[in-house]
Design a protein around this ligand. Sequence first.
Ligand code: PLP
Length: 369
Amino acid sequence: MLLTPGPTPVPEFVRKAMADITIHHRTPEFEAIFKETRELLLELFDMDDCVILASSGTGAMEACVTNLCHKKALTINSGKFGERFGKICQAFNIPFTELKHEWNTAISVDEVVTAIKNDSEIDAVFVQICESAGGLRHPVEAIAAAVKKINPNITIVADGITAIGVEKVDTTHIDALITGSQKALMLPPGLSMIGLSKEAVSKVEKKPAGYYLNLLSEIKKQKNNTTAYTAATTLIIGLKEILLNIKENGFENLYNKTALRASATRDALTSIGLEVYPTTPANAMTTIYCEDSNAIRKILKTKYNVNIAGGQDHLKGKIFRINHMGLVEDYEAAWVVNAIELALDELGARTFDGSANKVLSQNLFKGSN
Ligand SMILES: *Cc1c(COP(=O)(O)O)cnc(C)c1O
């Protein structure tokens, strides 16, 4: 049972759709598929424009840094992915200021506002919606609104790789919204997507950058339902299938189910004495701080056939992360909290009494009725 916050399992109907013969990317057949996918994606993002890139999520992060920061960047580092924006700036000699916090602590609107007010060079802000390193939610919409009030020309780039498909993101003040294929969109790794505002498109037009990750080349081509270079046809066919399915069942329905599963899991695990790590948890995953994390993960893997994620860097062995993204079944969510309670019993931390499963079920089934 794969319950890591990315990659997530690919549903069977998507795998089947991607199993067909490879079609050429410069054909009316593929252009029709591309057009439909693009329209669905624009609906998912709720933005003016979008591009699909053949890269992992980091490729889209790089494209946004190089094409949308023309002077100086403000980056928010509450974990590995926020840190990455700074590393990309470094790689391209783009000046940046980094606001850094412990991985359980979100940035505040005030801290961003102060940084912007103190440095008129900053022309773009880069922030995760959900910072997956610790599973925290940054107040991105409020940050975007506050920054635009001070200076509407500052570009807001939001990394929504573990937010798009998890929750409705208010894009009113967001200029670029990044996502990737292997998280909430339930596809294999290999695609990244960027939702763009009209303002972001004009900024890219003023000073496009790069070659393969040049956003202007892609914006121009993709408006005409083709890509600058060979499209990742198979993955795009998969993307069309998953977006059709999500739309058919209702975007809101997916968001509500994910939110309910996340809160039920948090309640279930805190009811057996475990501690939720981030002070502002995102719904993409539940992150638990626990010194026994490695032992728990090992028991889950070997005895109960559940694969959850651990922590990185200074949180290695200190946290574990359970995925809520995608089409996780209720019985899977129940199985994982039950297995964790059993593991705590085996480690002598707490006698098993079925509390976690009971709390989860009460939340899930009473909450959903
Ligand atoms: C997974 C992830 C990324 C990067 O993804 P890759 O596909 O590994 O390049 C970036 N940001 C966040 C928040 C993520 O969860």
